[in-house]
Design a protein around this ligand. Structure first.
Ligand code: PLP
Length: 447
């Protein structure tokens, strides 16, 4: 068991001052320092980070190249409101983002501070450009907690309860899930497309729809990868009706899935691409990159935020792109992802509880079930695995009730990845043998 005395002192103080909506109920952890793939607390404990700050620190914690660029910028200019003046890093970063994002057409960029606000911006841009109001969004999607983003999200009641009225004119459609099909059928993708067609025929006139907002691979719903056929048919449908495609790449972006962006897995060229999280390796920054004609369809200050495009964040973002390129992290994410999935396939033969292994690159979900036939989610097993890993030095979480979230930094060294996989294997053994008590379920609830 880890010592937690110093952590608990901090958390007792925090309890007096912090509101209740920010922290998910996982571990009693106060981070003192984090470097590379490691997190350190105030009690001398150390963990390998298998969460990467929820896919924010794809380049590991405090990558020296990124820190150097930030320091150099910090000495010159901390910030100036971009509504009034520009700076070198904003311009150079915009050029880079246009270069690396999918879409072989003229594009422009606008900035914010969080994934949520960038999704709001994309929704506003789509509405202002098309002069249409309706937005299609997906069941089980997560887009953030600003009002537009939360209105599009459909994965968690606490996000929405008592928050209404939410943004009007958002219609939710099913996201295809081949492991737990919504329609209990083998042709899940076709059925999900048919559900949209039905909506367009009965509820939602297609000529009134501005855009559809999609996570190319759904993240917080437990890593759900759509089939190519679904995305092909969705593109056709959007083309036919002049519906813009907004890709929320906040979680799937910056190499996480083994491509620069998740859309590339499906040859999808979205009209608007929403970026956040790993864009600046932990510094606050978000962006929307989109077709030039959309991005120039509104007037200032419609897209202005005082703290957007902070020069230090933009420097961190440029350095992040450089590190992903020079260290070949996209290829590394592909290779490590395949290796991890292979290892879990081996474990699946020993542990019945492993229902599904899915994802791309280093965005992997391990879906734990009570039995393979019913596929009933096994929340308590997932929680116990995470607790045991925590005790053994691996920082691992779960989402969607029962899905282990495998998201180490793309920079994780082989030796620490192997160590993590060993810890995971031992933890599966421990939980299976009943060596992790039910009492831990009061401590780690997850979401
Ligand atoms: C796909 C996706 N979009 C948007 C967001 C919201 O980003 P932020 O927390 O920076 O507002 C998240 C956060 O988890 C996300 O996973």
């Amino acid at each position: 068991m880890n010592k937690t005395d110093e952590n608990m002192k901090w958390l007792d103080r925090e309890n007096e001052v912090l509101g209740s909506g920010m922290r998910l109920p996982f571990f009693p952890l106060v981070i003192k320092e984090a470097k590379g793939e490691f997190i350190y607390d105030y009690d001398g404990n150390k963990w390998i980070d298998f969460l990467s700050s929820a896919c924010v620190t794809n380049t590991g914690h405090s990558h020296p190249v990124i820190i150097d660029h930030m320091k150099e910028q910090m000495d010159r200019l901390v910030h100036y409101n971009p509504a009034y003046a520009s700076h070198e890093n904003l311009i150079a970063l915009s050029e880079e983002l246009i270069r690396i994002t999918p879409g072989n057409f003229s594009k422009k960029v606008t900035y914010g501070l969080s994934g949520g606000d960038a999704n709001d911006t994309a929704i506003k841009l789509a509405r202002s450009y098309t002069r249409k109001s309706k937005i299609l969004a997906f069941s089980r999607s997560y887009h953030g907690n600003t009002y537009g983003a939360l209105s599009a999200s459909a994965v968690s009641l606490p996000m929405r309860r008592h928050m209404g009225p939410l943004l009007p004119e958002i219609y939710h459609i099913p996201f295809p899930d081949i492991y737990r099909p919504q329609f209990n059928a083998v042709d899940e993708s076709e059925r999900c497309i048919a559900a949209i067609e039905d909506l367009l025929e009965t509820v939602c006139p297609p000529e009134e729809i501005a855009a559809i907002i999609i996570e190319p691979i759904q993240g917080d719903s437990g890593v759900i990868v759509p089939q190519q056929i679904y995305i092909d048919k969705l593109k056709e449908l959007c083309n036919e009706h002049g519906i813009l495609i907004i890709a929320d790449e906040v979680q799937t972006g910056f190499g996480r899935t083994g491509k620069w962006f998740g859309s590339e897995h499906f040859q999808l060229e979205p009209d608007l691409i929403v970026l956040g999280k790993a864009i600046a390796s932990g510094m606050p920054l978000s962006a929307v990159v989109g077709r030039s004609e959309i991005m120039t369809s509104w007037e200032p200050p419609a897209g202005a935020f005082s703290l957007a495009a902070n020069p230090i964040s933009c420097a961190a973002s440029r350095a992040t792109i450089e590190v992903i390129q020079t260290e070949n992290l996209i290829k590394r994410a592909q290779e490590l992802g395949s290796h991890i999935k292979d290892r879990f396939r081996d474990l699946q033969e020993r542990f019945e509880v492993i229902g599904d292994i899915r994802g791309e690159g280093l965005m992997i979900g391990i879906d734990l079930v009570k039995d393979q036939m019913s596929k009933e989610p096994n929340h308590s097993f997932a929680a116990k695995i995470c607790w045991r890993c925590w005790e053994k030095g691996l920082f691992l979480t779960f989402f969607s009730g029962s899905v282990l979230r495998i998201a180490p930094p793309l920079t994780i060294k082989d030796v620490y990845l192997e160590q993590s996989l060993r810890i995971l294997e031992e933890s599966f053994e421990d939980v299976t043998q009943g060596r992790v008590p039910d009492s831990v379920l009061d401590k780690i609830k997850g979401w």
